[in-house]
Design a protein around this ligand. Structure first.
Ligand SMILES: NC(=O)c1ccc[n+]([C@@H]2O[C@H](COP(=O)([O-])OP(=O)(O)OC[C@H]3O[C@@H](n4cnc5c(N)ncnc54)[C@H](OP(=O)(O)O)[C@@H]3O)[C@@H](O)[C@H]2O)c1
Length: 293
């Protein structure tokens, strides 16, 4: 019998790429069912919520009794105690047979955290970054702003993502701080984020400086990036335009620091709808299929 996977919010940016990603599953027979907002969801093995925080909150209590496992793409449950926040290359073991709900991380956090995981042996202490986030990262409505000449997002850089909080940080920045700590299980790592929306259709980019606990050996770090599954290092510049539709997280402009040999600097770019969302979810599904279904 085939494994039934339901995609809820199937017409959104993530829902649509999710349908293509799940079609790539090879080792088990799966039946992928796509649902939009007025549909009744039948029982299934895995339900994937490709909805915003408020809809995930409303839908999860209904879906949890219909599905063996639920994957939520929204931020709603990412910080909840006991809910694994998973990037399979890093912490697939956080999913156990008793897990019901698995959260998939924020797109920007995903690329950043994978690069920090590569640097594990150098014991990252602190990370400064500025993000250049694509319009599709804000969903279908945000993407429509790209061609709207009256929109602030048209041919521009907007130095905030989502709501600004009382402390001046925007919600996106706080997600990056808290999710980095949780995924890496490094409660003391210091994260100093600056997030911006840029007029790019798809492909998030991040300029990063990491303070390490050891002297940075750039040749070794380059090899570490190259040998990590899901990452590619490039000696030449790579821009988001070139990586749309690609699975890997790309690193370029690797440099030491002008002042201190315990810092390393680099540029990250990756497809926010793939490793930042649906590819990560497909990999979570593959963990569930291999271990529990
Ligand atoms: N975009 C990214 O790069 C990215 C990356 C990582 C995580 N995420 C997260 O993934 C989630 C989806 O993002 P998105 O970019 O795909 O947003 P989106 O393009 O705005 O799509 C949201 C989808 O949710 C659907 N929806 C809303 N209420 C629903 C309900 N009650 N039942 C079923 N479907 C419902 C919408 O349906 P209609 O079609 O009827 O409007 C729409 O298709 C968000 O939580 C987002 O934060 C996004």
């Amino acid at each position: 019998m085939s494994i039934k996977i339901s995609i809820i919010g199937a017409n959104g940016m993530v829902g649509q790429t999710m349908q293509k990603e799940l079609a790539r599953i090879k080792n088990k027979e799966v039946e992928v069912l796509a649902f939009s907002r007025s549909d009744e969801i039948p029982p299934c093995d895995i339900a994937i919520l490709c909805t915003d925080d408020s809809w995930s909150e409303k839908l999860y209590p209904i879906i949890k009794d219909k599905a063996k496992f639920v994957i939520d793409m929204s931020a709603k449950y990412r910080q909840a105690e006991g809910i694994p926040l998973v990037i399979p290359e890093i912490n697939a073991d956080a999913i156990t047979k008793d897990t019901k709900l698995i959260a998939s991380p924020n797109c920007t956090t995903t690329g950043l955290v994978m690069s920090l995981n590569v640097l594990e042996k150098y014991q990252p202490q602190e990370v400064f970054f500025s993000s250049y986030q694509a319009m599709s990262g804000g969903g279908r409505q945000m993407l429509e702003e790209l061609d709207n000449k009256n929109s602030i997002y048209h041919k521009n850089v907007v130095p905030t993502i989502s709501t600004t909080l009382e402390n001046g940080y925007c919600k996106e920045e706080v997600k990056c701080i808290e999710e980095t700590k949780k995924i890496l299980n490094m409660p003391n790592i210091i994260v100093r984020p600056h997030t911006a929306r840029v007029s790019v259709e798809t492909g998030h980019s991040i300029f990063t400086s990491v303070r390490l606990n050891k002297t940075a050996d750039l040749e070794d770090i380059k090899n570490l990036f190259n040998s990590y599954t899901g990452m590619k290092f490039s000696d030449k510049e790579i821009t988001p335009k070139e990586i749309v539709g690609k699975d890997d997280v790309y690193i370029c402009r690797l440099r030491g620091d002008y002042y201190d040999d315990k810092y390393v600097n680099y540029f990250i770019t990756f497809d926010n709808l793939l490793k930042g969302a649906s590819l990560n979810a497909r990999q979570i599904v593959e963990v569930l299929l291999e271990k529990f279904l």
